[in-house]
Design a protein around this ligand. Sequence first.
Ligand code: KIV
Length: 289
Amino acid sequence: MSTTFQLDTATSRAHPTPAPMKRLTVPAIQRRKFEGKTEEPLVMLTAYTARQAQLLDQHCDMLLVGDSLGQVIYGLPSTLQVTLDMMIAHGAAVVRGSYHSVVVVDMPFGAYEASPQQAFAAASRIMAETGCAAVKLEGGQAMAETIAFLTRRGIPVMAHVGLTPQAVNALGGYGARGRSQEEHAKIIADGQAVADAGAFAVVVEGVVEPIAVSLTQSVEIPVIGIGASARCDGQVLVTEDMLGMFERVPRFVKKYGDLAGFITETAAKYAEEVRARTFPGVEQTYQPK
Ligand code: KIV
């Protein structure tokens, strides 16, 4: 059965019919990994808008309002230009559009690295102004103190290690990480540090597969892979990448659709009909009684 939506203009919420499943919680996500194993892998996709959230919600356990929206939505060269206000606006839209998934909002570059106090100020704004359930931040051992500070104050944190796009200038690019013994050990230590600090889950991005597998086996919290391994506790992808919105995508993306092709063909049909004056037709025009 397909879902329809009724817009409540007072709250800006679109209520789905039939009524959706109950919203998952952060502890429920964490419990999906039991005695070191996740029976059914966790499903996470990025979402940036209310309508996108409505369409993805029932299929996901978590929706990530990723700072990748800088490139995907705003055409920025990297995530470094994304602001807290941008994350809050999109985070609130995704919470309004979802009823089931745990919504996690990325902390943007510059909003949390200076101190645990700075991170708390940014994270508490994100939580209060969006209604999301958790925040995500990039960094391993260097962020452990901040993660402990936030979690002790009631802010669930998802960590992000391996290829951390906000550190693109320090890393020298977006290539896969962990090919040297030294890098391998550092990424495992980062994952262990964020788990010990109280993160409820950790994203591991763009690493050679053995790192993803050994991190998944060595920490108690769910490890969500992207460009990592099918043996992680769950997977995340940028929705527009997997829908086929872009010609060029990272090697680890599987395109499940061809949205770019669909949009281009549909726009061409529309343009043709406008130029031929066949749109609007009788069905789309109002006639006097
Ligand atoms: O910003 C983002 O979309 C992310 C995912 C790629 C994990 O951090």
